[in-house]
Design a protein around this ligand. Structure first.
Ligand code: ATP
Ligand code: MG
Length: 218
């Protein structure tokens, strides 16, 4: 049995068509079922639904053989826990967005940075934010949040946020503007290295098919 870890929402929705192109159809809709294990049309493949930020942990410790996680989640996980035992063979090109710095539209970010001001920055991505501002020589105090980052500059909790942006609609709706682009994000395949060795016959064709699906336009 091969176990694939996915998170509900964007990752699940965008991975489904790629799996279909590899001949795998998942039974059950994660939004309407409470089941956390979903069977597929292949008796030897099942999907487990985990929190987006837990996908690397499941794959690393063998709770899943393979998984799909955003580069944001992966970079943050690897910065904290290292990449031992994980193999990252394919950029699936799905769930595309970018990691950016945003501030209130009336906040003079460039001016503050120029003056060498110390900024308070709220984010879920402590490692990547620290690295970004260190590289730029900007002094920051980081505040860890788990969600609704847009609220931080509006309430005075922080001067800036580091968060994912896709259309910019959420920022705009909250009177925020993007001031720096940190990196492009897309979802990656993560594979348990030990599983790849012991279950090559199951895993290798799936990785190859997903790579093929990622490289070929629909
Ligand atoms: P949780 O709900 O468990 O806290 P989450 O909020 O990070 O996790 P999602 O919002 O489903 O879960 O995001 C999962 C992944 O999808 C992210 O890690 C990122 O790679 C990608 N993603 C997030 N927001 C966007 C977006 N606006 N556009 C495209 N991809 C996105
Ligand atoms: Mg989310």
């Amino acid at each position: 049995m091969l176990t694939l870890a996915l998170s509900k929402g964007r990752i699940f929705e965008d991975t489904l068509p790629m799996l279909a192109r590899a001949g795998i159809t998942v039974s059950g809709d994660p939004e309407s079922t409470r089941k956390l294990i979903l069977p597929t049309n292949r008796p030897d493949v099942r999907v487990v639904l985990v929190r987006a930020s837990d996908v690397p942990t499941y794959v690393r410790y063998g709770g899943a053989d393979i998984g799909v996680a955003g580069l944001d989640v992966l970079r943050e996980y690897i910065a904290g826990s290292g990449s031992d035992g994980l193999y990252l063979p394919v950029d699936l090109g799905i769930a595309r967005c970018r990691l950016s710095v945003a501030v209130r539209h009336d906040f003079d970010y460039a001016g503050q940075v120029k003056q060498g001001a110390r900024l308070r920055v709220a984010t879920k991505y402590l490692h990547m934010a620290r690295e970004h501002f260190a590289t730029k020589g900007v002094h920051v105090d980081l505040v860890k949040l788990y969600g609704s980052m847009e609220l931080a500059p509006l309430t005075g909790l922080a001067d800036a946020i580091v968060d994912l942006v896709s259309t910019g609609g959420t920022l705009k709706a909250n009177g925020l503007v993007e001031v720096e682009h940190i990196m492009d994000i897309s979802a990656r395949l993560i594979v348990n290295q030990a599983a790849l060795k012991t279950r090559t016959a199951l895993l290798k064709p799936l990785i190859d098919q997903l790579r093929e699906a990622a490289q070929t336009p629909e």
